[in-house]
Ligand binder design. Structure first.
Ligand code: FE2
Ligand code: FE2
Length: 249
């Protein structure tokens, strides 16, 4: 269904905000370098090294888009709190990293990009986002493949990762609840429609896709969320200490 399109200069404020957050997100992609310390194989380490390169290139492309939207203005420094919220969400386990940061976190970013591609009337924005989206799809596919390997051996693992998914899903729901009045008040009708679809339709699609990946039902269960979160916190101080930085072959 065709929607009203975001345009410049009317939607400059929202587009600037999103591109500045995308830059923050890409910068946290540099933390992929940390995961190199526990990549299980040389192949995985090689993928991460290339991904870090991709994320740096994406950050540069978003800086160019920000300037395009703001007639050459520089990107302002990000508020500390926003950066803290966007920092990677995982613990020290390879599988948690691959599922939460790659298969899930990057999927959210990809969905927002697709929404922008569909709903923005600006060739340059569309072209740049299409180019970056291709790389993000590859990062997600890698995260999915690693997740499948991990869950192969046990039902508990599926249950656990779905529980961790639910925590982030809830965070998105809360973010939408908090932002909804602001979205309606501050942005154009096209922008409000785009954001609403992202927080509702995309959130549901992502839940269905992640459930299919894990081989579980897409059921939102508060008790499962809490149980898995408690397991996550209890394990956190103990897991991941005994791995060497040298990956297996
Ligand atoms: Fe990226
Ligand atoms: Fe990425």
């Amino acid at each position: 269904m065709a929607h009203a399109k975001l345009r410049l200069p009317e939607d400059r404020a929202l587009l600037s905000f999103i591109f500045a957050r995308f830059i923050d997100g890409e910068m946290t992609g540099l933390l992929e370098g940390r995961a190199l310390g526990y990549a299980p194989t040389l192949q995985a380490a090689d993928f991460l090294a290339r991904q870090v390169r991709d994320e740096i290139r994406h950050a540069q492309m978003y800086v160019a888009l920000y300037r395009h939207v703001n007639q050459g203005e520089d990107v302002p420094r990000s508020p500390w709190l926003l950066k803290a919220i966007m920092a990677p969400v995982t613990g020290r386990l390879w599988a948690e990293h691959c599922f939460l940061d790659k298969a899930l976190g990057e999927r959210w970013v990809l969905y927002l990009m697709r929404q922008l591609i569909e709903d923005t009337q600006d060739d340059r924005i569309e072209r740049t986002l299409l180019a970056i989206a291709k790389d993000e799809e590859a990062h997600i596919a890698f995260g999915e493949a690693q997740t499948r390997d991990y869950i192969e051996t046990g039902r508990f693992r599926r249950y656990y990762l779905w529980g961790l998914f639910l925590r982030l899903d809830l965070a998105m729901a809360i973010a939408y609840r908090l932002l909804r009045p602001l979205i309606r008040r501050r942005y154009s009708e096209a922008a409000a429609g785009m954001l609403t679809r992202f927080f509702t339709e995309s959130r549901d699609k992502i839940a269905v896709e992640c459930a299919a990946l894990l081989g579980v039902q897409a059921r939102r269960s508060l008790s499962q969320l809490l149980v898995c979160q408690v397991i996550f916190w209890i394990r956190l101080p103990f897991v991941g200490w005994w791995r060497g930085p040298r990956p297996g072959i």
